[in-house]
Design a protein around this ligand. Structure first.
Ligand SMILES: [Ca+2]
Length: 127
């Protein structure tokens, strides 16, 4: 009986203090935008990206684990700030639910190989 009461009490608390949705999805990244997620499967904190080339804010540095590119532009994620270091291309209108098995290029645009890019992105270009 007490368990029923507790559940009812929790339901009331939930109604009073609604939480953010637990399950994010690529559709949470609006059409025409690109987004980085801190966790796999489009979970965790999301950062919406702007057209152009930028360093990631410090709180998002080396945290991206999944990505959505709902734009017609190429999204390039770089391992270092200022578009430096190894990089991975996220093609237009694609998403990647786990940045852990990627085609990686060296800074000189030569092919590096397949490797993880999880928690590595520090800057990006969307163009
Ligand atoms: Ca990095």
């Amino acid at each position: 009986m007490s368990a029923v009461v507790s559940a009812a009490a929790l339901a009331v608390i939930g109604a009073l203090f609604p939480t953010t949705p637990a399950n994010a999805a690529p559709s949470d990244c609006a059409a025409g935008t690109a987004c980085l997620f801190k966790d796999y499967e489009f979970q965790g904190e999301v950062l919406r990206l702007r057209p152009g080339c930028y360093n990631l804010p410090s709180q998002y540095n080396d945290t991206a684990s999944s990505v959505v590119n709902n734009t017609g532009e190429m999204l390039t994620l770089y391992q270092n700030y200022n578009g430096r270091g190894k990089y991975v291309n996220i093609w237009p209108n694609t998403s990647d639910n786990r940045l852990d098995y990627e085609i990686i290029y060296n800074e000189d645009n030569t092919f590096f190989g397949w490797n993880t890019f999880n928690d590595r992105a520090s800057s990006y270009c969307l163009r």
